[in-house]
Design a protein around this ligand. Structure first.
Ligand code: ARG
Length: 268
């Protein structure tokens, strides 16, 4: 399972289209999908609606088919499984400043370096930083550095598939999902890394979730001062929006200090 997941996540980083095939996974989850062949029509993330231009100004689309968020004006926080390792890397293009990826006002900046979470092995620690060639003059998204916000209702957003096996989206989609506690999430996924992963979704109904191509993007909520704060990074799930299988996100508060020092090592 461990290696399978690793391969699965790698594949996700490479191509959402190919992944659509992979994500129809073996075993009981496949059976679960077979029981519900009438896919719900959902303009979504899965089950979402279009975000307004400027609503989530720090949202970034990465050219390998992932999401991300501006952690600083020159560093994007994304998922470890979206990148191949650490070091100099000029192959990634970040698109920012637009909800519509085809907009002529899109800001496109190349990467210079990638820093994948130290010790990342395909289970947990699913975060990475991408240093950009130049700063982007847009608001950044603060990350949670305590567990205080690891509950409640979260917002998810991305240009990934709007249903399991669906295609990547031109317009940024958003939705909200409730927190699912570790014990409950472990009931669905035996291999959850409690301290490093946080789950969200409608456990009973399913229907709303992130999906392939949303990986690396933020899961966020309002803090006590009413500002957006990032609590998760889209990581994985069994299919998308299936009843009984919440989305799994990197638990940002656990890694906040590591992310901060890693960003400093990239020169902020
Ligand atoms: N690993 C996927 C990606 O690379 C994200 C999957 C999220 N799945 C979910 N059911 N929440 O885009």
């Amino acid at each position: 399972m461990r290696n399978y997941l690793k391969a699965f996540k790698r594949a996700a980083a490479v191509g959402a289209v190919a992944l659509a095939v992979f994500s129809l996974q073996p075993g009981s989850a496949q059976a679960a999908q077979d029981r519900d062949p009438g896919a719900r029509p959902s303009p979504g993330v899965v089950g979402g609606t279009r975000a307004q231009q400027g609503e989530f100004p720090w949202m970034v689309r990465l050219s390998m088919g992932c999401g991300g968020a501006l952690y600083t004006k020159q560093i994007v926080l994304t998922a470890a499984h979206c990148v191949n390792g650490s070091g100099a890397n000029t192959s990634i293009t970040a698109t920012a400043g637009v909800a519509d990826l085809n907009s002529s006002s899109a800001i496109k900046v190349k990467s210079t370096r990638v820093l994948q979470a130290p010790g990342y092995d395909g289970q947990g620690k699913d975060w990475a930083l991408i240093k950009l060639a130049k700063p982007i003059d847009l608001p950044t998204l603060k990350i949670a550095d305590t567990a205080a916000y690891n509950s409640g209702t979260f917002t998810i957003a991305g240009w990934g598939a709007d249903r399991e096996g669906g295609s990547q989206q031109r317009y940024l989609l958003k939705a909200t999902v409730p927190f699912v506690d570790d014990a409950t999430c472990k009931g669905a996924y035996g291999n959850l890394v409690d301290a490093e992963e946080i789950c969200a979704g409608y456990l009973q109904q399913g229907g709303v979730d992130t999906c392939q191509g949303d990986s690396g993007g933020p899961m966020f909520r309002k803090d006590n001062a009413g500002a957006w704060i990032q609590v998760g990074i889209v990581s994985w799930g069994q299919g998308c929006a299936r009843p009984g299988y919440p989305g799994v996100y990197s638990e940002v508060s656990t890694f906040a200090a590591d992310i901060s020092s890693a960003a400093a090592s990239l020169g902020g």
